[in-house]
Design a protein around this ligand. Structure first.
Ligand code: SF4
Length: 164
């Protein structure tokens, strides 16, 4: 049975920067939890960033630009946390490779996990199209990344893989 990587905060773990969770409710998630298919993972915690921690936004580009050293990740306090973000992305990729994970459902909007949009680096709440550092790294390694608004699409991708 294929496992599915899911952002820890979506399954209720209080790992977000402010110590909260971002729990997602959906019948597909419930079924996958019952089937013990879910592997919860937080790249930022894996990289040693504690909870709570300063909010982080990407400056100069999105996750792809960060991985190509054209942009960086900065905490609200001004600290450069690019190294930790890249380490978290690498840890996530390594876990997926080790476990043969091909599908991930990640928290939208996060500088690590966002799949289609992120914050714009101004800490004003504004969002821009783009993906987070971990979401980018996973896609570059062939993992299909979905958001918490796309449980059905993730399920369809999983069925496609399991029917092969
Ligand atoms: S890095 Fe991802 S898993 Fe961790 S708190 Fe942020 S959105 Fe959730």
């Amino acid at each position: 049975m294929h496992k599915v990587l899911v952002s820890s905060c979506l399954v209720g773990e209080p790992v977000r920067y402010d110590g909260s969770a971002a729990i997602s409710r959906h019948p597909v998630l419930d079924r996958w939890l019952q089937e013990e298919r879910i592997i919860p993972f937080c790249p930022e915690i894996a990289a040693g960033m504690g909870t709570p921690r300063p909010a982080v936004e990407l400056l100069g580009g999105d996750g792809k630009a960060v991985l190509e050293a054209r942009a960086w990740a900065m905490g609200h306090s001004g600290a450069d946390v690019t190294g930790a973000f890249i380490a978290g992305a690498r840890a996530t990729v390594a876990l997926c490779q080790q476990m043969g994970i091909r599908v991930a459902v990640l928290k939208e909007g996060s500088p690590s996990c966002g799949g289609t949009y992120i914050h714009d680096g101004s800490f004003s709440g504004a969002i821009i199209p783009g993906q987070g550092v971990t979401a980018t790294a996973l896609r570059e390694r062939g993992v299909s990344v979905f958001s918490e608004d796309q449980w059905e699409q993730a399920e369809a991708r999983l069925s496609e893989l399991e029917d092969r």
